[in-house]
Design a protein around this ligand. Structure first.
Ligand code: ADP
Ligand code: MG
Length: 575
């Protein structure tokens, strides 16, 4: 433990530094003893316009007084840490006095949280203490230190923020508890899916639609609450919510059909987000999917490095090898094929596909087209002919939004129709129609999903260093991409990323993994296992550069997706 400096020394220093050049702030680095907490100034920004300084507050539990049952298990701890991050952020916002000088002067910020509850670096709750991490813009006028303003921030604002957001006695206890219990319930519901041979569960009265295409908050008006069809109704149980009725989607191949604008994509998207826990009142807090559910889409233009897409694509022009398919510029269908194979490689159990974002020629080839374009002239084996093999050979279930092709009735186990946002089980009807109107299309699949080639990523293709001094440069560009050294990783089609904090973490974790785990022998799934093991054992910080608040844990699927989209990636396939 570092020795703490008495708070009065900080006050004296700030008075002494007032009006001096900004660089003198560097002297403040260190830990300070305040009456109720320790304050750590870990990193001091170089100027008022640079990324703000990095600080931590640590309160002993003697002061913070959180009951131990609020962090006694992993889901509960993640829940309370998420709650405190939000509470602290809201208190900073409420206290906000933006006009404290130039640049980022006077700002106090923590992670920006979405509707999802994630494992974050922004807060730690242990039996011993509560720690919160945040950014603080050390104030200045021009490049002169604004010591009085800084004093206000350290001696008035922060103590008030702590008082209102980090002490259990001053928090609304029922709300805190509800946040933690909601997370715990969602984890339990998700954990209960496999035993019941379900891939997803949507509770009755869930509110699925979102406010807008750019807001993930619940739509407020004219919402039709979810109501399960009787034949698919199940009860799942959580420790706090008790038995919840809802629609269970069974393993196998499920179609979601229905007219345009009847809520198909909204349902699929809620399922895709069901891999995460949600905050109370999100509307989807009891909508869960198996943890290894991956949304798949077409992504033309993406980079692909030696992926075995042969079950889907063979006989390409110029005899290109589809067991080790590489391209800097994939087509809609080859990108979708690669996205599926890469998802299997990373351990997906359930695939979600929406016709809105799929390549038509990847999904379907009807009888007439089969007659006109012979199989030996069509490299693509459409999903309709491969989707059963995915389930039969590898146990991969799938949920497809497919309003456009009834040919899929032949291969579906369950067909759900949405009618004015209300689901109906139309499996029997669809099967009857398939019998009454048989298609004469031929099944074209001849391959297998059991002998896909494995890939070993090589460290030399992963370069986060940049510039003459070779400094590591990794930046998130919103939720849509990473600047990684000299490269740009495009994540705009990786739909299950919910926060920039995950993107930032992905970048660093790939960099750290390449340095330490890419040994030229380990396969990608082995590396993903090791990363997850390390994160479980040592916490996120083990693979991150500092204690900034704005990192959140990505799933292995998003880590793999980011690596697979790094255009300098090199892999070898052991033969
Ligand atoms: P589809 O994929 O069937 O064409 P969408 O899922 O895109 O339909 O939904 C169409 C519109 O209806 C969207 O604006 C969506 O927000 C809205 N919507 C979806 N589900 C509901 C619901 N349960 N209640 C009210 N509006 C909904
Ligand atoms: Mg749609």
């Amino acid at each position: 433990m570092t020795r703490l400096t008495p708070q009065n020394r900080l006050r004296d220093d700030l008075r002494r530094l007032d009006g001096k050049g900004y660089g003198a702030y560097k002297d403040l680095r260190g830990g300070y003893e305040f009456p109720r907490y320790a304050l750590f100034i870990d990193h001091v920004q170089g100027d008022p316009f640079a990324a703000p300084s990095l600080l931590r507050l640590r309160l002993p539990q003697r002061v913070a007084q959180f009951p131990t049952d609020l962090f006694s298990t992993r889901p509960r701890r993640i829940g309370i840490e998420d709650y405190l991050t939000r509470a602290f952020g809201a208190a900073c916002h409420a206290r906000g006095r933006p006009n404290r000088g130039s640049g980022k002067s006077g700002r106090i910020l923590t992670a920006a949280c979405s509707q999802e509850v994630l494992e974050r670096t922004s807060a730690r709750v242990t039996p011993d203490h509560v720690e919160i991490r945040f950014f603080l813009g050390l104030p200045a006028f021009g490049r002169r230190i604004a010591g009085r303003q800084a004093e206000e921030m350290f001696f008035q604002d922060l103590p008030a923020i702590v008082e209102s957001s980090l002490l259990y006695p001053s928090l609304p206890a029922p709300e805190v508890r509800r946040h933690v219990e909601t997370v715990e319930d969602a984890v339990a519901l998700r954990g209960g899916l496999a035993d019941r041979k379900l891939v997803a569960f949507i509770t009755d009265s869930a509110l699925l639609p979102r406010e807008s295409g750019v807001s993930d908050r619940p739509l407020q008006s004219d919402v039709v609450p979810f109501e399960s069809p009787r034949s698919l109704r199940v009860d799942l149980e959580g420790p706090n919510c008790g038995q919840l009725p809802g629609m269970g989607i069974p393993e196998g191949v499920t179609l979601i059909v229905g007219g345009g604008y009847h809520g198909k994509s909204t349902l699929l998207s809620a399922i895709a987000h069901g891999v995460y826990d949600h905050i109370p009142d999100d509307g989807r807090e009891y909508v869960v999917a198996r943890a290894d559910t991956v949304k798949i889409r077409a992504e033309d233009g993406r980079f692909i490095e030696k992926v075995d897409i042969s079950p889907f694509i063979s006989n390409l022009p110029f005899g290109r090898d589809t067991r080790a398919f590489s391209t800097p510029n994939a087509s809609g269908s080859t990108s979708q094929a690669a996205n599926i194979i890469e998802a299997l490689e990373a351990g997906a159990e359930v695939l979600l596909l929406d016709e809105d974002t799929s390549a038509t020629n990847f999904m379907i080839r009807d009888q007439r087209m089969q007659s006109l374009v012979a199989k030996d002239k069509e490299p693509i084996t459409p999903l309709i002919d491969t989707i059963r093999a995915l389930y039969d050979e590898r146990g991969i279930s799938s949920i497809l939004v497919m309003g456009g092709s009834g040919d899929y009735f032949d291969v579906a186990d369950t067909v759900i129709m949405l009618d004015h946002y209300r689901p109906r089980d139309v499996t029997e009807q669809a099967k009857q129609i398939a019998r009454d109107h048989p298609t004469s299309r031929r099944v074209e699949f001849e391959g297998h999903f059991t002998d896909l080639r494995t890939r070993i990523p090589l460290a030399r293709g992963v370069q986060a260093q940049r510039g003459r001094r070779g400094r590591v440069k990794i930046r998130a560009r919103g939720e849509d991409g990473i600047s990684f050294g000299d490269e740009q990783i495009d994540l705009s089609a990786v739909e299950q990323i919910v926060e920039q904090s995950q993107v930032r973490a992905c970048g660093w974790m790939i960099h750290r993994a390449a340095e330490r785990l890419f040994d030229g022998k380990r396969t990608l799934p082995e590396i993903l296992d090791l990363i997850e093991q390390e994160l479980d054992d040592k916490g996120l910080e083990a693979m991150l550069p500092n204690l900034a608040p704005d990192f959140a844990r990505p799933r292995r699927h998003e880590l793999a997706a980011a690596l697979n989209r790094l255009r300098t990636l090199e892999v070898k396939q052991p033969l």
